[in-house]
Design a protein around this ligand. Structure first.
Ligand code: SF4
Ligand code: SF4
Length: 93
């Protein structure tokens, strides 16, 4: 039987880089120019958490799907691949 998305996510493993590969360039733009802080909705890894007036970035859980490079309406996320050997590890079911 086909696996659900949630079941597939359990197959992901991470080798986190000590340094984030994701940077919010301007937290003020998130507060004033982005209704609903949509990266908190479209990111499948639930990397972005909006708390108070600041965006917290749990980069360790990034799936490296690249959606935030095109999904942020303010071009406000600097996105790079993690250093070689770091980041998400996909396993086949
Ligand atoms: S989508 Fe972009 S502008 Fe909106 S909250 Fe996220 S990082 Fe900020
Ligand atoms: S690349 Fe994908 S998983 Fe990683 S932070 Fe962006 S939207 Fe989330």
């Amino acid at each position: 039987m086909a696996k659900t998305i949630e079941e597939k996510q359990y197959l992901l493993r991470y080798n986190a880089d000590p340094k984030s590969h994701l940077t919010i360039l301007d937290h003020n733009k998130c507060a004033t120019q982005c209704e609903g802080q949509i990266c908190t909705i479209f990111c499948p890894g639930e990397v972005y958490k909006w708390e108070g007036d600041r965006m917290f970035v749990g980069y360790e859980g990034c799936h490296e799907c690249g959606s935030c490079r095109i999904g942020c309406p303010n071009d406000n996320i600097k996105w790079e691949y993690p250093k070689g050997g770091h980041g998400v590890v996909f396993r086949l079911a």
